[in-house]
Design a protein around this ligand. Structure first.
Ligand code: FUB
Length: 302
């Protein structure tokens, strides 16, 4: 933990978008010891750019879900030497095991065509994270089910109560695999799951014994979800959590419990100057319905 005096204090508004100084996207959240750590991709496209420009991931922390402290950049794509380390800080996810933090990240592979997923490790949530393998964890040549170069993106990592870890990912086809206890190797085959109009951003969380598999559906995207009795299903479709954005086609959610309340992070493009490649992360508090389903959640504070 950094000393308070050394933090780059960047108190943000309680209002959405919660990170008003930068364009940010693809939130991943991790809760520990009364602090929520929020990892985002930094959208640095100019107003005229026609594609993503994402040179780094950034991390913020908060003790109240209102004031966000800028903790800098925990890792850049160049940490993965086997990747094209320039502008590829696509979606990532984070977890902790045995005192170490594991950061699963989408980058562009330098020699195998298409996107790939790497894993980096750190002793601290703020990093620096270093490549944990020296090679990709998931590459396009392992998973050719979808005939697109970006089918191996958007990792979502989950450790079940019995210690078994899982990685979910994909675009167009949802895939998952078990992870070994070292968190850096697959433990068995890659599976696919049929999901209704699955686009990307799979995210698994557990609440009161039920497993929730949320994802981005269609394009432009809305957030939908399934529930099931285990981390591998069988899955029951439950509906839409959040509807499409007006100015950006993606939405990318993360769902956490923090201090007894439940939150969904997502992105829209509601910062001034926001656009498809200039997104902004926001958060909403929600309460589960009595039957455990997630209510439809409206975006607040435009
Ligand atoms: O940020 C780049 C890509 O856009 C992510 O990987 C997707 O989830 C979508 O948000």
């Amino acid at each position: 933990m950094l000393a308070a005096a050394s933090l780059l204090a960047l108190a943000a508004n309680a209002a959405n978008p919660i990170l008003p100084k930068l364009y940010t996207a693809d939130p991943a959240a991790f809760v520990e010891n009364g602090t929520v750590y929020l990892y985002v991709g930094h959208d640095s496209a100019s107003p005229t750019d026609k594609d993503y420009v994402m040179k780094e991931w950034r991390m913020y922390s908060s003790c109240d879900m209102k004031n966000w402290v800028d903790r800098g950049s925990p890792i850049q794509p160049s940490a993965f030497k086997w990747a094209i380390g320039k502008v590829d800080a696509w979606a990532a996810d984070i977890t902790k095991r045995d005192g170490k933090y594991y950061f699963y990240a989408t980058v562009d592979h330098a020699s195998i065509p298409g996107r790939a997923i790497g894993v980096a490790v750190s002793d601290k949530p703020e990093g620096p994270f270093v490549d944990a393998r020296g090679t990709a964890l998931i590459t396009n040549n392992m998973t050719l089910e979808a005939p697109i170069a970006w089918d191996d993106i958007d990792p979502g990592v989950f450790i079940d109560d019995d210690g078994q870890a899982y990685l979910y990912w994909g675009n167009t086809v949802l895939k998952y695999a078990r992870l070994k206890a070292n968190m850096t190797e697959l433990d068995g085959p890659i599976h696919t799951v049929g999901m209704d109009r699955f686009t990307e951003a799979p995210y698994l969380h557990k609440h009161n014994g039920t497993y929730y598999l949320s994802y981005s559906r269609d394009f432009p995207e809305e957030t939908a979800y399934y529930t099931g009795p285990s981390a591998t299903g069988p899955w029951k479709f439950q509906g839409v959590i959040m509807s499409k954005n007006a100015k950006v086609k993606t939405i990318h959610q993360a769902i956490v419990e923090f201090n007894g309340k439940n939150y969904i992070f997502y992105h829209n493009a509601k910062l001034p100057g926001g656009a498809e490649f200039r997104r902004s992360v926001a958060v909403e508090e929600f309460t589960y319905n009595a039957d455990g389903t997630i209510p439809f959640i409206k975006q607040t504070k435009e």
